[in-house]
Design a binder for this molecule. Structure first.
Ligand code: ADE
Ligand code: ZN
Length: 320
């Protein structure tokens, strides 16, 4: 099952940057980010909030559309080598041009061109989900939503929110999600990673999202789990991320098995693979060992992911 074709719905483009790639750019641009690596050269952080600091420091060396084009090429080559055939990536105008619409269009153009080359070479398809950063606040999120609305279409297909789930409440971002929905974008939100079940309920009610990024802490309220199953809400589960960040002690105690058994639609993604020493193959391999899942389970998970992908029907038809 490790080599099955895979669909990944939850990947942060900057978070997928290998440390050597970031070091190379830092050297070219004479930026000192030595403090974010350990002695082996891996990203080094102590907890989720320190991870966000390291993530933003690494991202600070990505300064031009060309940097993002190079990043996209590197990330998609690695994803294709892990049998990923379709991927949705979070992109943020906060990092790509500072929420300036003209600059954002240039970044997007460069990223799309790199993605098109990867598709021609390796047969991997990429689509973008525009993402404000929650701890940057609702005002910046509005500017991000405007960028998203202006570029919504066949390639920018979704709108989401990442960052510190403890910062503010989902309803603070309702205006931005309403604007994105009206522009035709499909919606997801990080919730139930660092916030409990209430955080998932709030995101569903106040942002009206159809997918939840992570959502794993819904497991602390079984009535909510049943509601998720009933409503067909799709969870973008990133087990290796949750374990690396200390949410669960090991793979066997990760709740993805319980969600699956209770009929919740689960999908599997890596989130920020080099930060968590994971890959899509590694996720499948660890899950198959922890839960004794066979090919059939992973095929069903990919069918769920294909059904929940935000791309148009013609693209989806190629995935099923
Ligand atoms: N941004 C990158 N990775 C993230 C995560 N796991 N949770 C929230 N925001 C993120
Ligand atoms: Zn994420």
């Amino acid at each position: 099952m490790t080599h099955l074709p895979k669909i990944e719905l939850h990947l942060h483009l900057e978070g997928a940057a290998p440390p050597a790639f970031i070091r190379g750019l830092a050297k070219e641009k004479h930026v000192d980010i030595s403090g974010i690596f350990d002695e082996r050269g891996d990203y080094s952080y102590t907890d989720f909030w320190d991870f966000l600091r390291v993530y933003e420091a690494a991202t600070s060396v990505l300064q031009t559309p060309e940097d993002y084009a190079r990043l996209t090429a590197a990330v998609l080559a690695e994803s294709a080598a892990n049998d990923v055939i379709y991927c949705e990536t979070f992109l943020s105008p906060d990092f790509c041009g500072g929420r300036d619409l003209g600059a954002w269009r240039e970044y997007l153009h460069a990223i799309r061109e790199a993605a098109d080359r990867a598709e021609a070479q390796d047969g991997i398809t990429l689509r973008g989900i525009v993402t404000p950063i929650r701890h940057f606040g609702p005002d910046k999120a509005r500017e991000v939503a405007l960028c998203a609305a202006e570029t919504a279409g066949d390639w920018i297909v979704g709108f989401g929110i990442g960052g510190d789930e403890k910062a503010g409440k989902p309803k603070d971002f309702a205006w931005s999600f309403d604007m994105a929905r009206e522009a035709g974008l499909r919606l997801t939100a990080h919730a139930g990673e660092w916030g409990g079940p209430e955080s998932v309920r709030d995101a569903l009610r106040d942002l009206r999202v159809e997918r939840i990024g992570h959502g794993v802490r819904a497991i602390e309220d079984l009535a909510l789990v049943d509601e998720l199953a009933e409503a067909g809400v799709v969870l973008e589960v990133c087990p290796g991320s949750n374990i690396a960040l200390g949410l669960y002690p090991d793979w066997r105690r990760h709740p993805i098995g319980q969600f699956h058994d209770r009929g919740v639609k689960v999908t599997v993604s890596t989130d920020d693979p080099p930060f968590f020493h994971t890959t899509m193959r590694n996720e499948y391999d660890r899950l198959s060992k922890a839960f004794d899942w066979d090919d059939g389970v992973f095929r069903a998970i990919n069918a769920t992911a294909a059904g929940a992908a935000f791309c148009d029907e013609a693209t989806r038809a190629r995935l099923q």
